[in-house]
Ligand binder design. Structure first.
Ligand code: MG
Length: 206
């Protein structure tokens, strides 16, 4: 199982970090050891002083495929979740400055918080609203209709390089509003389904 992540997929977020809006998807990966599921707490790592939350909609791949054509792309995922792409922003800035890969800033243990999944027909698949609360206050909200690259664009692009396999996860990028977390904070992620606003995960920082 692999965890594929898309960076800078919302123009407002690219701007807030002074990054250009990309012409092609920005792709990176996290190892499977990064997964943090079942509302387990996250332990603030000692290698960073600037850990940021990035809430993202996550797709689960339901079919193997490579070189997927756009017309079939939507058949390669059937469930959605929300998760956090935890980022050691200070380490990432250092890596970016030196032109180095940023795995240590993005792929560390526990850096991929993941909620349970919903069947995609329970949400408005072309415009999924989602948000993150920190200590009960809304800090990030997004709608997937504002993604630069749609779910299907991502499937087409990524499958040119990496064979998609059943169970793979795709973190589809974060909207604006990323920010630091501290020990003691409580993060809760929500998806707006067709019927209600559903709390999907809770993550305590210890
Ligand atoms: Mg991200």
């Amino acid at each position: 199982m692999k965890i594929i992540c898309i960076g800078r997929n919302y123009a407002e977020h690219a701007k807030e970090l002074n990054n250009p809006v990309p012409a092609k998807p920005v792709v990176f990966m996290k190892p499977s050891s990064a997964l943090l599921v079942n509302n387990k707490p996250f332990y603030y790592p000692e290698f960073t002083k600037d850990l940021h939350h990035e809430i993202e909609v996550v797709l689960k791949i339901c079919k193997n495929g490579r070189h997927v054509q756009k017309e079939f792309a939507s058949t390669y995922y059937d469930q959605v979740a929300v998760g956090i792409d935890f980022t050691a922003r200070d380490l990432q800035s250092e890596c970016k400055k030196k032109g180095q890969p940023w795995e240590i800033a993005k792929g560390f243990d526990g850096s991929a918080v993941l909620s349970s999944f919903l069947p995609i027909d329970q949400v408005n698949r072309n415009a999924i609203e989602f948000h993150l609360e920190k200590n009960g206050e809304k800090v990030q909200e997004g709608n997937t209709k504002n993604m630069i690259f749609s779910f299907d664009d991502i499937i087409v692009y990524v499958s040119q390089f990496f064979k998609l396999q059943v169970g793979d996860l795709i973190y589809t990028g974060t909207p604006a509003g990323v920010g630091p977390v501290q020990v003691g904070d409580q993060l809760r992620g929500f998806i707006h389904t067709k019927n209600n606003i559903r709390e999907m995960f809770i993550c305590e920082i210890r």
